[in-house]
Design a protein around this ligand. Structure first.
Ligand SMILES: Cc1ncc(COP(=O)(O)O)c(C=O)c1O
Length: 407
């Protein structure tokens, strides 16, 4: 029997599943029938629900998290000649948005246990290289875990830096009782289908700063002084508004907004369901040699946007000297393990990438793999297991049993 036939017989376990039902279907139909499909009342309603959920004063919906980050940087006057610190372990978009505004990303290593920016490395980087062109820090709440924001904010204050959080994966994540993103000047979220709440594509910016919120609302809409809806509802709507800014078309459509509204109604339940599946993995993976489950520090609640384990590398031994050749050997084994899982119908992914190892950044800034060793190790030795709300226990058992047998 050929592999293709075998695979067709195996039930594929997906890495994630968007949580749509009749409510999203009906909401889309209603928008289509209303005749108003561009950014309008549904986007406004979605923004209101998002602000309420996170506890932020303003929420601004845009076309993606990447465009959200670009607008947040512009609104904080970050541009050519400026440097922005960020962890190397993040999706490439974090660094790309900084490049779009003409600024330079400066990478910092991660804490291998939490996979978020390492405050010690951040402090060391600022101490050794501080110059007045360093303007901001972008901590990343990766895989649904907040960064150590008190430590990041203390350094930001000491060095007079702006903090913009990349909370692409951070919806539903808390540090103490602070929702991800609410301890920064502004934060950006992704609504891509790999995230817990999705509108297909989409992004959201939150900020308590009303002036910056107003500016970002204009920037997403070509710099127009009034939105289409405001103009439509006002007398004199036949005249185009004033344009005093160089803006963009980064708007979200009302079709997406309507999906977002329905997703928000389920948000609490979806996050509880994700945490339940994650807790079951924690139990099932206990005692399996060679696999380290995600570490959640005291006082943090993970949203488990992804359930990311380490292969062979014990992330608690941060100060352990590691053998570079060993990392390469384990990386080959990790890749074989992921291929083995895939061939058994279990969809897995590496966690994310260490951006300093990607061609564009490596070449432009002359970087090498071990410049940020823990980001590199997390790139080479992480495995994301399938997780979505309501994932059947038997499927989780199959993932863990297959993992065991391949190990
Ligand atoms: C940390 C991080 N930042 C930014 C992004 C970009 O998000 P989007 O695809 O919505 O632009 C992602 C997407 O996965 C991400 O994980």
């Amino acid at each position: 029997m050929g592999n293709d036939v075998k695979n067709a017989e195996k039930k594929i376990i997906p890495i994630t599943k968007p949580q749509f039902d009749e409510s999203e279907e009906q909401a889309v139909i209603d928008v289509l029938r209303s005749g108003w499909v561009v950014q309008g009342p549904k986007v406004a309603e979605f923004e209101g629900l998002f602000a309420e959920f996170t506890g932020a004063k303003n929420a601004i919906a845009v076309s993606s998290c990447t465009t959200a980050l670009q607008l947040a940087l512009i609104a904080h006057s970050i541009g050519p000649g400026d440097k922005v610190l960020m962890p190397s372990l993040t999706y490439i978009a974090t660094a790309n948005a900084v490049e779009y505004v003409g600024a330079t990303p400066v990478f910092v290593d991660i804490d291998p246990a939490t996979l978020t920016i390492d405050p010690d490395d951040l402090r060391a980087c600022l101490k050794a290289n501080h110059t007045s062109d360093i303007k901001a820090i972008i901590p990343v709440s990766l895989f649904g875990l907040c960064s150590d924001m008190p430590a990041v904010n203390a350094l930001a204050q000491e060095y007079n830096l702006i903090v913009i959080e990349d909370a692409a994966c951070g919806m539903g994540a808390y540090r103490e009782n602070h929702h991800a993103g609410t301890e920064a000047s502004a934060a950006v979220f992704s609504l891509h289908p790999r995230k817990a709440i999705t509108t297909g594509e989409g992004g959201m910016i939150i900020t308590d700063d009303d002036d910056k919120a107003d500016l970002m609302r204009k920037l997403r809409n070509h710099g127009a002084s009034a939105s289409d809806l405001e103009r439509h509802l006002k007398e004199g709507g036949s005249l185009l508004p004033e344009f005093n800014l160089l803006g963009y078309n980064y708007r979200m459509t009302d079709i997406q907004g309507a999906i977002g509204v329905e997703q928000m109604k389920k948000a609490k339940n979806l996050f509880n369901a994700r945490r339940k599946v994650a807790a079951r993995y924690d139990e099932m993976l206990k005692g399996i040699k060679g696999i380290y489950s995600p570490f959640i520090p005291d006082g943090f609640i993970s949203a488990y946007q992804s359930y990311v384990c380490y292969y062979k590398f014990d992330p608690q031994f941060k100060s352990a000297r590691f053998d570079r050749n060993q990392i390469q050997v384990w990386n080959k084994e990790r890749n074989q393990l992921m291929a083995g899982l895939e061939s058994e119908g279990i969809t897995v992914r590496q966690g994310t990438h260490a951006v300093h190892t990607l061609g564009y950044y490596r070449n432009k800034y002359n970087l090498t793999d071990f410049d940020f060793p823990f980001a590199f190790i997390a790139d080479r030795l992480s495995i994301t297991l399938p997780l979505y709300p309501g994932m059947p226990k038997d499927d989780q058992k199959r993932v863990v049993e297959t993992l065991k047998s391949l190990l």
